[in-house]
Design a protein around this ligand. Structure first.
Ligand code: ACK
Length: 937
């Protein structure tokens, strides 16, 4: 038996850690208005005590005193301060400014409460900002983050206070940690070593030990109290030193944490066990898709995210002119959707840009340590030129009729309208008045009659058109005179009369010919079965007796015939366009009013086909109307009609005041009751049931394609054929060449384009998730490839925050790999109906996984993943009666689960809320496991 003499490790023992305290520290300040614990501020990610009275008076003497700190066995204590100190040069017009503050202490045998006398304190040191500070760029202010450690002692009394004296600096004290070091009692190799508190931290302390009973001493047992370089120990207790995490080091012994390597940092809330990280590199491959005066920017995740997952993007817009560095920040009118800063997705839409203007967008990547890094911005830039222009000038103006007091004019639409012409501005004045007084008239039509003119007077007139892009150029000045005679018909006008008469004759002849052709064709059509001119409905859908089936407009030889079969032709004069509400693939989407003869005026949305379209674009555009026109359901957007016989070509639908569901939910984050959300979801499911009954497969069901009206009724929209996906910015090309909105699409549809109502059910599950997370992007910033891979490997989106377990179960059911196991829309409607009737079934929430840091791949982030079998989980939850009751039970649907009330759980012995929730989560997960093998959720 013998004793070795190895090394013992110093551990540091905290006497005070301000950061560890969640609430108020209760420190006192003097004078009381100087600094107080209430002066807590939040700077970037930091919480700090602030004293900054540099503007107040030239003499400052502010104190902040800690509570009484018991000394225990400490002899030497260490005070570690983290603070930021404002650079005096950066503060204009200050009365007083220091870049230091003082650290004091006072030893006492007992707590003196709030009694504070500054002269009793002894100064430990003047604390100045370290040279090697890091900079945090907070807008225009530069604050410097410092860490300083001071050693005090040996101490003799039972406890002590620390105090911070500010004599006119601007300091934010971020944290105060007070600790001492000791090698705790240990038994090693048959020798016992007592608690050893060193009086001096510099040298190794020799610790003498004694042999345990029944062992023999050959040499006196000895150890050394130290902590090896490269290792650290963050907390007290009999645990080993840990190796410094990546990108950190310590050269000193007895380290309580490791310092970050150069250019690596720790965010304030990072644990010391976490690797040091650095700011991300710039985003990559920025691409822009310009649509008139809006642009969609898309980029790739930075090659290096700095070792962190909390990367966000900020977009800076600059308007530029030709020439070097001729850019200035965009004005406030430019809007970013969803926003310009703090983006977690790699895309943003910028709208309301000026037409024909150059812009540069800088996309910057940041993470939580970016603020500590030297101010080098990591960004990628893209320069674009918007391509929408205001309309060109009106060039052709005709005088139709003049009288003594009036004149009637008409003109032609500008050659390049560049959008829908909202109205024309007609400006006129007496020639001899030289524009000092003029009159302005607005006209929606291309003609106007100016009344109240003086007889026999010369007038000048200019016309300009207005679109969403603004006013076009003015026409040249047009001169005309009022006549002394009333109703004199000009020679031009007699030509017009002639042209009108001959046109009328031609139109009548044409109408007669068309009538004969159509009536023959109808007779021919009626002689055949209706289906003979249509293809059977796709996707193996069986025709249900008594239910209309959807007819694919592409099966018509002439698709415009389909439009006229399913959509009502409207007169353009019945439609008044009010404003542009959005941009579609084929042109603007406007709001307006439709007034049909002998009907009430209604609000409508008007989709327009922009000028310069090809025949194919016209067909594709109108195919949406051909599809929509076949549907008649309260949860499907209603088609009012189409305008195809005049330009612009338009599709007119009912107006949905709250726009798209995704944007609507984001705008009203957390503002609805679960019942309201379920009501919306029920509507969508009911609309989808109707579509699937008709044999129509939507293929692009997503919250962005659902519209919401003022009564919160949700309606399915965005119908079309191949173009649906071409149109959708979410759709991406797959390796097989098709364009698919990956995040919303079922695996079999991605893999081999198997689009069915069952794949629509998968998408419905994603919509369900979008609704319950108030418009969160499914799978967040994961790339499409990663989404495909993860879904294929069995990962599924976690439950949104506060999501009722029943709804999460429904999502999981919709995301069954085998499409035959997914519920039908009819079942979904009935499940949701039951939930609405029995709201208590919505009270049990699924495991509240807010956005997990590691997204889907973090198996440990949700408790429901940690148990391979329900038995495992129950074992761990120590709810044995419950285990007995549940083993062998399989919940196959939300339906059954909904009936499992809190009362039922009580019956089997689970009374506390936590495990109850866990059980629900585990069950929903295990159900998925049992069907598909082990599926981590
Ligand atoms: O989110 P939003 O306001 O709602 O922006 C889009 C935009 O047009 C482009 O699609 C809006 N929109 C489309 N159809 C309608 C409609 N029927 N009623 C109201 N807004 C609509 C949509």
């Amino acid at each position: 038996d013998y004793c070795l003499a190895p090394v013992l490790i110093y551990l540091s023992f905290n006497l005070l850690d301000s950061k560890a305290s969640q609430g108020e520290l209760g420190w006192i300040s003097s004078p009381s208005h100087g600094v107080s614990a209430a002066d807590l501020i939040h700077i970037s990610y930091l919480r700090a005590h602030l004293f900054c009275r540099v503007m107040n008076s030239s003499h400052q003497n502010n104190w902040l005193r800690t509570n009484w700190i018991p000394r225990y066995s400490a002899q030497k204590i260490y005070v570690e301060l983290k603070f930021t100190l404002r650079d005096c040069n950066s503060i204009p017009m200050v009365l007083t400014c220091k870049e230091t503050f003082n650290l004091h202490y006072l030893e006492t045998d007992e707590d003196q409460g709030s009694k504070f006398r500054e002269h009793q304190f002894s100064k430990i040191d003047t604390i100045a900002a370290d040279e090697s500070f890091t900079q945090m760029d907070l807008g225009d202010r530069i604050l410097k983050l410092n860490t300083e450690v001071r050693e005090v002692g040996p101490m003799t009394k039972k406890g002590f206070y620390l105090a911070f004296q500010d004599v006119g600096a601007c300091v934010a004290l971020v944290s105060v940690r007070v600790y001492f070091k000791k090698c705790p009692f240990t038994v090693r190799n048959l020798a016992m070593f007592p608690d050893t508190v060193p009086t001096d931290s510099q040298s190794l302390v020799e610790v003498r030990g004694s042999c345990v009973n029944n062992s023999r001493e050959e040499d006196q047992p000895k150890m050394y109290c130290t902590c090896r370089p490269g290792f650290y120990k963050a907390s007290s207790g009999n645990v080993k030193c840990s190796k410094c995490p990546p990108h950190s080091y310590t050269h000193q012994e007895e380290a309580v944490h490791c310092d970050c390597e150069r250019n690596y940092f720790r965010a304030e809330e990072d644990p010391v066990s976490m690797a040091c990280s650095r700011p991300p590199s710039a985003p990559r491959n920025v691409i822009s898709a310009i649509n008139e005066t809006s642009v969609i920017l898309d980029w790739n995740w930075p090659a290096d995210s700095g070792g962190r997952k909390d990367v966000i993007f900020n977009v800076v817009c600059k308007r530029c002119w030709p020439g070097p560095r001729q850019c200035e920040p965009c004005l406030g009118a430019v809007r970013f959707l969803p926003r310009a800063t703090g983006l977690t997705n790699t895309t943003v839409t910028v709208v309301d840009l000026l037409a024909h203007t150059n812009y540069t967008f800088e996309i910057e990547a940041q993470n939580r340590v970016s603020s500590q890094a030297p101010t080098i911005r990591q960004y990628a830039a893209v320069t674009i030129t918007t391509n929408q222009a205001a309309p060109s000038a009106v060039t052709v103006i005709r005088k139709d009729r003049t009288s003594r007091n009036s004149i009637s004019l008409s003109w032609m639409e500008p050659e390049r309208p560049n959008g829908i012409i909202l109205d024309y501005e007609v400006k006129y004045y007496e020639k001899q008045e030289q524009e000092t007084s003029y009159t302005i008239l607005r006209s929606k039509a291309t003609n106007v009659t100016l009344n109240g003119l003086k007889p026999d007077t010369t007038y000048l007139l200019q016309i300009r058109a207005r679109t969403a892009a603004g006013y076009g150029g003015s026409s040249r000045k047009f001169e005309f005179e009022t006549s002394p005679d009333s109703f004199s018909i000009s020679s031009e006008n007699s030509q017009v009369v002639l042209i009108a008469v001959s046109s009328a004759v031609a139109i009548i002849l044409l109408a007669v010919v068309i009538y004969i052709v159509i009536s023959r064709f109808c007779r021919y059509s009626k002689s055949k079965h209706p289906d003979e001119k249509r293809l059977p409905f796709g996707n193996g859908h069986l025709r249900l007796p008594g239910i209309k089936t959807y007819v694919d407009p592409h099966t018509y030889e002439d698709p415009s015939q389909a439009v006229h079969e399913f959509a009502k032709e409207l007169e353009a004069s019945c439609i008044a366009i009010d404003k542009v509400v959005g941009a579609g693939e084929f042109g603007e989407v406007c709001s307006g009013r439709l007034k049909l003869p002998s009907k009430k005026e209604i609000c409508v949305a008007i989709k327009t086909l922009k000028a310069g379209y090809t025949e194919k674009q016209r067909r594709d555009f109108l195919s949406e109307a051909s599809i929509m026109g076949q549907f008649d359901h309260p949860n499907i957007i209603r088609l009012e009609g189409v305008v195809t016989r005049s330009k612009p070509v338009m599709i007119v639908t009912e107006y949905m005041e709250n726009g798209s569901l995704d944007g609507f939910l984001r705008k009203h984050d957390a503002q609805f009751t679960v019942i309201q959300l379920v009501g919306m979801l029920r509507g969508i499911a009911s609309g989808m049931k109707y579509l699937s009954d008709m044999g129509y497969v939507h293929r692009d069901l997503a919250a962005r394609n659902i519209l919401v009206n003022s009564n919160l009724v949700c309606k399915v929209s965005d119908f079309g054929l191949s173009r649906v996906l071409e149109d959708d910015p979410e759709a991406a090309y797959t390796t097989r060449g098709g364009k698919i909105p990956i995040r919303w699409t079922a695996p079999e549809a991605i893999a081999y384009r198997k689009f069915t109502s069952a794949s629509d059910v998968w998408s419905y599950g994603i919509v369900l998730w979008e609704v319950m997370s108030y418009g969160e992007r499914p799978y967040w910033e994961m790339s499409n490839q990663d989404v495909i891979k993860a879904v294929d490997e069995g990962y599924r989106l976690p439950p949104p925050m506060e999501c009722p377990a029943t709804l999460y179960q429904l999502m999981l059911d919709c995301w069954q790999k085998d499409r035959n196991n997914r519920p039908k829309f009819e079942q979904i409607v009935s499940i949701l109906d039951k939930l609405i009737r029995n709201p208590s079934s919505l009270k049990i929430t699924a495991s509240t996984a807010s956005r997990p840091v590691n997204l889907l791949l973090d198996r440990t982030s949700t408790d429901i993943t940690s148990f391979h079998t329900m038995g495992d989980w129950l074992e761990s939850a120590r709810t044995l009666p419950c285990k007995d009751a549940f083993s062998g039970v399989s919940y196959s649907s939300c339906d059954t689960l909904a009936k499992t009330s809190a009362e039922d759980f009580k019956k089997v012995g689970v009374t506390i809320v936590g495990p109850q929730k866990k059980i629900v989560s585990s069950l929903t997960t295990l159900e998925t496991h049992s069907k598909n093998g082990p599926v981590p959720v």
